[in-house]
Structure formats: structure tokens, C-alpha cells
Design a protein. Sequence first.
Length: 400
Amino acid sequence: MSDTESFFGNPDPIFADKELLRVSHLPDGDRIIGREEELSNLANAIKDAQRGGTPNNVLIYGKTGTGKSLCSKYITQDLTEAAAENEINIDVAYVDCFQDSTETQTVRTIAESFNDPEETDITVPTSGVSTSDYYRRLWKILDARLDVGIIILDEIDKLEDDNVLMQLSRAAEAGKVDDSTVGIIGISNKIRYKDSLNERVKSSLSERDFVFPPYDANQLREILSSRADAFREGVLDGGVISKVAALAAKEHGDARKAIDILRYTGEIADEHGDDHVRAEYVDEAHEREEEARLAELIGKQPEHSKYLLQGLALQIQQSSDPDAMIPSKQVYSAYEVVCEREGTDPLKIRRVRDLLSELAFLSLIEQDRKGRGKGKGAHTVNQLVDAPELVVEACKSASM
């Protein structure tokens, strides 16, 4: 290798702005496709904050990749800018509850997000402070800086304790803040999340509930087309976007999945030394995305959900039919074997049925009701969406 040669010196031959194909990228409003009604509903729910009033609390449900986080971030940014024209000071704190799952972590992150030490003369240390002290600092920060604090709790179902919801939702009512108010937007993949809350928290939240449906193929095609300028002019062949959209719509209706596949398709073209992103690379990109998606999604599941997936995979591998539908009782028996291997006690079968329903909602498994025969009733059967070998490998990787 010569002194002047560099691994990083040449311009990217495929991508002009790869960030447009990142999940973390917050697009402009004209790039948010197929969510006009959902954005309008969110805006109506929190519009009182625009004039300094208390917004409604909101819970948003939907599968991964249906635009829940994207719409929440966009609409609160729009609200913040609109309120500023009324001289109302609003700020937004975003919390990933998978990362900050304890009450202390959640409150600390919110306080850090809202704080400006030069303005408040308040510090929010990363450790050495009690949970109650973090709350006290948060209330002071809110009153010192804001008229309204909007808190987005993404993956709210990962919170270990719902006391934080009680404290936040009752902050103004309980006199914790005098000159400000608080609104909560909770986001969950679990449609039954609210059932796990105690009655006092449910009453205190008094939230609006919205469900985001999966995208259809036409919407996915529009979403991908709106981000086609991520590629250099002329490198993206016709048919690539349609093929990616059809794949994602058929399996999940997941925009995040579609965008990832499109990005991987470009990366694979580059790896092949090709100066065109061709439809023939989409299948390889799809496989790469499947592995990444499974690892991420399974990694976020409770341990016993992973044990259930392994048990179901084991049953399918032992069956002569790769598309076998396994009754829930058989899944439970295999799950008990996995629990014994892992040195933990199995959950009761009723709780296991709930976990299986949650896995079906997340499209990790499919469920159906099958008759046992005349006069014998029906039972629930289960099938993996992905190949059992992929699921087992993803479970192992998630546990490392």
C-alpha cells in the first residue's frame, strides 16, 4: 500500500446521504407517509400545551416500525415550535425505557434532558443521589425553565416500576410543581400493557389511547421513494424500491424493516464493487436484515419469552413438518425443559399463554385456533415466523 493510498479516501460511490436510511433520522413532515390521521390525533391530544395548559397523557400502541416513535418526536417538535410563537416554553424529554428501566434511571434521564445548569444552577449527577432527590431536582428544573414538559417514554412496558408514572402524572395535582405542568406520551409494542398497571396509576394517567396499524405496500413504497435521495443520482435501479416494499408489507408492514433492507441493499452493492443498486441484491439484504431484526427484537424480550421461543423452536426442529403448528401445551412442556436447563423455575401456564400472545403481537410467532375433533373443543397452536435455527441463534446471542 502506497503512502498516499487510504482505505477511507474515496467518496462513497453509492450513498449521497446515508443518514436518510437510518432509523434514528427524524425526517421532515413531508417525508412522514401514511400517518396523517395519527399525527392529527396526537396533535389534538396535546394541543392545550401550546398555550401553557396541561396536555392529555397519551399511550400509543403498535408493532415495531409503524411510526410510533417517529410521529411522537415529530409532533412534539412541531408543538415546541408553535408554542414558542405564543411565548410558551416547552421542552421534550425522550427516554428509552429499555435502557433506563428503573425508576431512578428514568427520573434522572428526564431531569438531565430538561436541565440547563447555567439557567437553573442545578446539577443532575449520574450517581450518589437518591430517587427522591432526583424527583426534587426535576420539579425545581421544571418550574425554573418550562411552562410544559413533555416526556416520551418509549417502550414504556419495560419500566420495572409504574410508580414513576404516578409521580409524573400527578406532579401538578400534588403540588410538586407550581409554575409548570407535565404531559406523558407512552409508547408500547404490547397492546395489553395497560392491563399491567394498578388502578391508581390508570386513574391518574387518564390517557388517550391510539393504535398505529402496519403500513401497506403502497405506503411503504411511498416512504422508500421519499428517501431515495439517500443514494447518488442514477445508482438506484428501477424495481428495487417496489421489491423491498412488497417484502416488508407481506411480512410485517414495518417501515423500519423496509428502510433497513433498502440500506443493506446499497451496502451489498458496494461490497460487490457494483456501481448500481440492483434488485438482485434485495434478497441478500433481506436475509441480513432478518438476522439483525431478530437479534434486536429478541434481545428486548424478557428472559422467559426467550425460553418460550427456544422451546417452540425445539418442538419445530423435532417435527417432520417445518411448518408445524405446535399446541400451547406442547410449547409449555418444551419451555419447562429450557427452564430446567437454565436453572430457573417456569412460570405458570396462564402467564405463559399471555407471553405467547405478546410474541404473536410482535410477529415473532403466529397463532391460530384449531379444533381437536368433533365435540372436543379447540386449542391454540403456535408457529415461528422465522426459521427455528435463526431464532435459537438470536436467543443465544441475546443472552450473551
